[in-house]
Design a protein around this ligand. Sequence first.
Ligand SMILES: Cc1cc2nc3c(=O)[nH]c(=O)nc-3n(C[C@H](O)[C@H](O)[C@H](O)COP(=O)(O)OP(=O)(O)OC[C@H]3O[C@@H](n4cnc5c(N)ncnc54)[C@H](O)[C@@H]3O)c2cc1C
Length: 226
Amino acid sequence: MRTARLVRARSLTPGVRELTFDPGPGHSFVPGQWVNLFDAAGDKRSYSIASAPRADGTFDLAVTHVLHGPMSTLLHALPIGAELRMADAQGFFVMDPVVRPVLMVATGTGLAPFRAMLQHLVSTPPTVPIWLIAGHRTQADLLYRDELEALPLRTFRYWPTLSRGGPTWRGSKGWVQAHVPPALAALGTDVDVYVCGLTHMVHAVRDLCRRELGVPRKQVHAEKYD
Ligand SMILES: Cc1cc2nc3c(=O)[nH]c(=O)nc-3n(C[C@H](O)[C@H](O)[C@H](O)COP(=O)(O)OP(=O)(O)OC[C@H]3O[C@@H](n4cnc5c(N)ncnc54)[C@H](O)[C@@H]3O)c2cc1C
């Protein structure tokens, strides 16, 4: 157990706040892992680290405000300099060696571990395609859009889709599930699929890939937030 201090914060979208914590010396993690944060009563919640490891040890979280949710409400109001108890990073939702095309599928802040993985890949750019289907409600909810569009990875494709895309939205519409079959038609089914978000979507994409599209079972990796 350690203490993490909030050193920076910014609003990413109307419902998502990015918080940058300094966990103190000796903390390490692999992109894709998450940390447990504790409130004053000792209740804990998990948050995926949304940045690749940095020399100064700080890391970003991207937190959705859940209505009446105690921890996300606390994190959205947390002042700079505040300290929280934190357990070291853990979890198995990390990238296998990149030996085949990769399809990442996220909804909402399910994007967080993929931002960490993608930032990390920039230092050792793969030659195979790395595609990210990112589902959000509206254009205002698009998370890290500018950053993802500018990501310096030659083989990367950012594929946002909006479930409530308005008339000015020229990109894909609908749920992420709808875009997985065309993505795999292009990438082939010998891919590594990583899917992260709420259970309903994670199960739908996982089952679609394994049962209907023929992706080998062990090449479909999933992380659920609820
Ligand atoms: C491994 C892991 C990693 C996680 N990483 C993140 C993360 O990076 N960012 C993040 O915002 N949350 C993340 N979560 C969810 C987080 O742990 C909390 O569940 C969430 O912040 C709600 O906590 P709360 O105390 O505010 O609300 P609670 O009263 O505990 O409400 C929980 C309910 O909120 C809903 N919920 C949980 N997470 C989300 C979400 N992201 N978007 C919409 N609804 C949600 C679910 O229906 C869940 O049942 C992660 C969960 C797990 C298990």
